[in-house]
Design a binder for this molecule. Structure first.
Ligand code: DC
Length: 232
């Protein structure tokens, strides 16, 4: 039997989880899965189908639609990245817009949404080696992941990085910071699968680290882990 491991990367919003997860996947020939994109896709579906109105989710309507929502990923060979597909439509850029970011926390608090996505995420990780990033990957989705990281950085630094990334400059830095703090609060305090550090996770604060410094540190940890894991 071939040995297969999954790597879980959890942490706060906009701390660079996806950047490091993609880098690990590329470096070690694994598949990268962005679990946050799946929550974002369902949020977009809610917006497009008037399930969210005035910042409130119509729970009954959403639960009734859940089986009709398909969220998958398709590899874009040109970009070398996978893209999020919602009911057959490429929504990779739409799910990154501020209106989705500002509402995704209320959708990701809903038990039925989480149950559906956790099942999908486990299925994806079943037969291939994945690096998955999110909030509950090491604690809930893959509690037996071979390696778990918890990434964080100071809120102001994360907000500045997110602000620089956003094409949509109709949004101010202050709005980005407030949204990020609100999401931290909601992600950490929700009743179901809140964001917390798995007891066997390696914690990395990248506030003062460049991307290269972080990559070097994490690649070394992964390499050492693989060396021991595949040796014995
Ligand atoms: O990683 P992200 O910022 O794209 O995630 C979007 C939202 O989805 C975030 O506010 C919390 C939620 N999320 C979650 O609850 N559980 C996950 N595994 C991934 C994301």
């Amino acid at each position: 039997m071939t040995k297969k491991i999954n790597i879980a990367i959890d942490g706060h919003s906009s701390c660079g989880k996806s950047t490091i997860a993609k880098a690990i996947a590329r470096q070690f020939g694994m598949h990268y899965i962005d679990s946050g994109a799946m929550y974002r896709a369902i949020t977009l579906y809610c917006l497009e189908n008037e399930i969210i109105q005035e910042k409130k989710v119509n729970h009954q309507k959403l639960i009734a639609c859940l089986d009709a929502i398909s969220v998958t990923f398709r590899f874009n060979a040109e970009k070398g990245e996978s893209e999020t597909i919602l009911n057959g439509k490429n929504v990779e850029s739409a799910i990154r817009e501020h209106k989705v970011s500002s509402l995704v926390s209320i959708v990701s608090q809903i038990k039925e949404v989480r149950d559906k996505l956790v099942v999908l995420q486990r299925e994806i990780g079943e037969d291939k080696a994945v690096v998955m990033d999110g909030r509950d990957i090491g604690t809930k989705v893959f509690p037996n992941a071979g390696l778990k990281f918890f990434i964080t950085a100071r809120a102001e630094i994360r907000a500045q990085r997110r602000f620089d990334e956003l094409g949509d400059k109709a949004v101010s830095f202050q709005q980005v910071l407030e949204n990020l703090k609100e999401r931290d609060e909601k992600d950490s305090n929700r009743a179901i699968n809140p964001l917390k550090i798995a007891k066997d996770a390696i914690v990395i604060d990248n506030s003062e680290k460049t991307e290269q410094e972080q990559n070097e540190l994490i690649f070394k940890i992964v390499k050492d882990f693989f060396f021991t894991y595949f040796l014995f």
